[in-house]
Design a binder for this molecule. Structure first.
Ligand SMILES: [Zn+2]
Length: 252
């Protein structure tokens, strides 16, 4: 279906209106665009911390297991010492006495060795336990932040969904009114510039997009709205204040 030809002022007004709609849609996307990434980053970070905590937990269990083994070995050595001491009372000769005494000494040395190992384990356990506490605390903190962010994101999605739908409908209607060739250049200019502005007002005698000076004659032509005028530096379409909905302050 052919689009009804609009007058130049109508074209300019439609373009400026379309840009307002597009900017609002862009704002919604920006608003949402960062939170999902933040939520994902936090989830990954917490997952990493939890994996680390799990490893330390296993290491601590291994330490306890080792420690129990040494405790049992010490007990065993003590029992042997007790047994050898009892045998000492019944020795028949010097050789037996010396052999038993040597055994007892050996067991004492063993006990010393196990106790030294237990001490080392105890130090390692302390360091790991302290690190574990810090990790658990950090997990708790980040989880709180994550819950807040998730809630925020849910709220933004809930509150912007309806608006976005309305804007998309308005966008479709607005685009339908404008000629394809104008739309093409509008889309091209918008995608070229970071701020996404394709239609700009005159700002202090300059293009509102690139701030290059606009000669008085061109400014007059823009006010007259006989044709669409683009900035000769940046290519943006320039509109007068009335089209841009800007109230001109009274000149004193
Ligand atoms: Zn310009």
């Amino acid at each position: 279906m052919a689009k009804k030809e609009l007058t130049v002022p109508e074209k300019l007004k439609s373009l400026y209106n379309l840009q307002k709609i597009d900017n609002k849609l862009k704002e919604i996307n920006i608003l949402r665009g960062e939170l999902p990434v933040e939520v994902q980053d936090l989830e990954d970070y917490i997952q990493g911390l939890e994996a680390r905590a799990e490893k330390v937990k296993i290491a601590l269990e291994e330490i306890d297991h080792e420690d129990n083994k040494y405790t049992a070995s010490i007990k065993e050595a003590e029992m042997l010492i007790e047994k050898y001491n009892a045998q000492l009372d019944k020795v028949k000769n010097n050789r037996e006495y010396e052999a038993l005494s040597k055994e007892i000494e050996m067991q004492h040395l063993e006990i010393q060795l196990f106790e030294k190992k237990k001490k080392t384990l105890s130090n390692t356990r302390q360091v790991k336990s302290e690190a574990q506490e810090v990790t658990m605390e950090r997990i708790k903190d980040r989880q709180l932040i994550l819950e807040q962010k998730k809630k925020e994101l849910d709220e933004i999605i809930a509150s912007t969904e309806a608006e976005e739908e309305k804007l998309l409908k308005k966008q479709k209607t607005a685009r339908n009114r404008i000629k394809d060739s104008i739309l093409d250049s509008y889309d091209r200019i918008r995608s070229t510039y970071k701020n996404g502005l394709a239609v700009v007002p005159i700002t202090r005698d300059a293009c509102g997009g690139c701030f290059h000076f606009i000669p008085a004659q061109t400014q007059l032509e823009i006010q007259l709205k006989k044709q669409i005028i683009s900035c000769e530096y940046c290519g943006r379409i320039i509109v007068d204040n009335e089209t841009a909905g800007i109230k001109t302050p009274l000149k004193v």
